[in-house]
Write a protein that binds this ligand. Structure first.
Ligand SMILES: [Zn+2]
Length: 217
């Protein structure tokens, strides 16, 4: 099964992606991770990407698509794959479709996590992270035991500068403009599209995702 997981920033996509891939034994494909791994390993594609990054430029889509292709080609046949937050623009969808066809693969399902801008902004603005262990807390949804302090190591939690209300609103606008239209594209394809509310607890969202995919308990 090949599944795309989409959703706006703050909807809990990362968390659900990891839970889903782990519980199904699927390979999770995250382009940011592929990019970092390729650069660190100094592969051909990684070196090309590094040149753009060193110049302060975005890594172009064709390079990203090549990385995804390399990853998919290396997986044993029949491996379930979860594309987490990719593709996220129309040019990516087009190039991705061409690449999948060349590999003889199709997208079976698309899971869209949804929540209102109001909920998402409040969530992200309430985010605090630990500079020591990387744990993420939320003053509303998942507060630490002691306010402002990491449960694991007692470090002072910090508020990332890109988690302010203005930057969050900006990222949401980009999502609504660039990524949301892709949902109707997939609704017009052979893939089955599931819409699930991200405005509920982690366990409830996970249960709904598994049920939608027909792999629930
Ligand atoms: Zn910590």
């Amino acid at each position: 099964m090949h599944v795309i997981l989409l959703g706006p920033p703050g909807v809990g996509k990362g968390t659900q992606g990891i839970l889903l891939a782990n519980s199904m034994g699927w390979q999770r494909v995250v382009t940011g991770d592929l990019l970092r791994a390729a650069v660190n390993a100094g592969t051909d594609l990684g070196q090309q990407a590094q040149e753009y990054m060193s110049a302060g430029e975005l890594v172009p889509d064709p390079l990203i698509i090549e990385m995804v292709k390399e990853k998919l080609s290396a997986l044993p046949a029949g491996t379930g794959v979860l594309f987490d937050g990719f593709p996220r623009t129309e040019p990516q969808v087009t190039a991705f479709g061409v690449m999948l066809e060349a590999l003889g693969l199709t997208i079976d399902r698309v899971v869209v996590l949804e929540a209102s801008d109001e909920v998402l902004v409040a969530r992200i603005a309430g985010r605090r992270s630990c500079p020591t262990c990387g744990s993420v807390y939320n003053s509303v949804l998942a507060p630490p035991q002691r306010e402002g302090v990491c449960d694991n190591d007692g470090s002072q939690l910090v508020h990332r500068t890109d988690d302010t209300e203005a930057t969050v609103q900006n990222r949401l606008t980009v999502y609504r403009r660039e990524t949301e239209p892709l949902i109707s594209y997939y609704e017009g394809s052979n893939a089955i599209v599931h819409h699930i509310s991200g405005d509920q607890g982690v366990d409830e969202v996970q249960a709904e995702v598994l049920q939608a995919l027909g792999v629930g308990l």
